[in-house]
Ligand binder design. Structure first.
Ligand SMILES: Cc1cc2nc3c(=O)[nH]c(=O)nc-3n(C[C@H](O)[C@H](O)[C@H](O)COP(=O)(O)OP(=O)(O)OC[C@H]3O[C@@H](n4cnc5c(N)ncnc54)[C@H](O)[C@@H]3O)c2cc1C
Length: 238
């Protein structure tokens, strides 16, 4: 394994292969892949990797996917949402099988990372929760969970990746298209976010471009300083 460098980023690694060791299709649109890497690499929670598909004629397509696993997990976990007409996500959802070998390079990104020092709030939309799951698993292993507060927004319980794990860990989950217990479907209210802000030194926002701009605006309106907000956007590649 490559050792992390001291500033929280990790030296880049060459392409390696990830053998699909486990996979689970969840609902109609999500697939969870657990990969056994030929060359394991060290990473910091919040980082992502690049996955490259190669056709027999040599055509390649590559996309970024956040890492969901804890750095100590022997397998690398990804959670992919199948987008309508999506070239890579569609293949992973519909065609990938246990035993397939995927080309992969990582870790990427040194900014959207959490090493456990700063008390932080994570505000995520949909699959934007994936890098936060890595942070959560890392925090729980190191008994740092009190430093990580999570508000995860999703359409429904089946469409929000890791909804059960988040709820079991005490995260605040806001569903926008179905009720959750006594909570009526809606985005998070400022009054629901305010208690999560007490004492935080950093905020992580992750999701679609639209979600990220809504989340940053909401945090700014609640008084969170702009320079403490770190954003990762899952923008369209088409
Ligand atoms: C740093 C980073 C981390 C990411 N992590 C994840 C992750 O953990 N899980 C995950 O599912 N995705 C993640 N993504 C998004 C991922 O990289 C791809 O963009 C996504 O899987 C679509 O690729 P595709 O080949 O299936 O779709 P394409 O064939 O590229 O596009 C198909 C259609 O979908 C639209 N589209 C493409 N990307 C998106 C998008 N992200 N949101 C909405 N519409 C889109 C296109 O405009 C087009 O109309 C991440 C992106 C970034 C930049």
């Amino acid at each position: 394994m490559t050792a992390p460098v001291t500033d929280g980023t990790v030296a880049p690694n060459p392409w390696t292969t990830g053998r699909v060791a486990e996979m689970e299709r969840i609902g109609d649109h999500l697939v969870r892949l657990r990969l056994e890497l030929a060359e394991r690499f060290a990473f910091v929670p919040g980082q992502h990797c690049v996955l490259r598909l190669r056709a027999e004629d040599g055509y390649t397509a590559q996309r970024d996917y956040s890492i969901a696993s804890d750095p100590a997990d022997p397998l690398l976990e990804l959670m992919v949402e199948c987008l309508p007409g999506g070239e890579v996500s569609g293949h992973l959802h519909d065609e990938a099988r246990v035993g397939d070998e995927l080309e992969l390079r990582g870790p990427i990104g040194g900014w959207f990372t959490w090493t456990g020092e700063q008390p932080s709030l994570c505000l995520t939309g949909g699959t934007g929760v994936v890098p936060i799951i890595s942070m959560l698993r890392y925090a729980r292993r190191l008994d740092l969970a009190d430093r990580l507060r999570i508000c995860a927004v999703g359409r429904s319980r089946t469409e929000l990746p890791y909804a059960d794990e988040l709820l079991a860990a005490g995260a605040f989950v806001a569903l926008t298209r179905e009720n959750l217990g006594d909570r009526v479907a809606s985005p998070p209210y400022p009054s629901e976010l305010e208690p999560l802000l007490d004492g935080i030194e950093r905020a992580y926002v992750c999701g679609s471009v639209g979600f990220a701009s809504y989340a940053v605006r909401t945090l700014r309106e609640l008084g969170v300083p702009a320079d403490t907000i770190r954003v990762e956007q899952f923008g369209a590649t088409g």
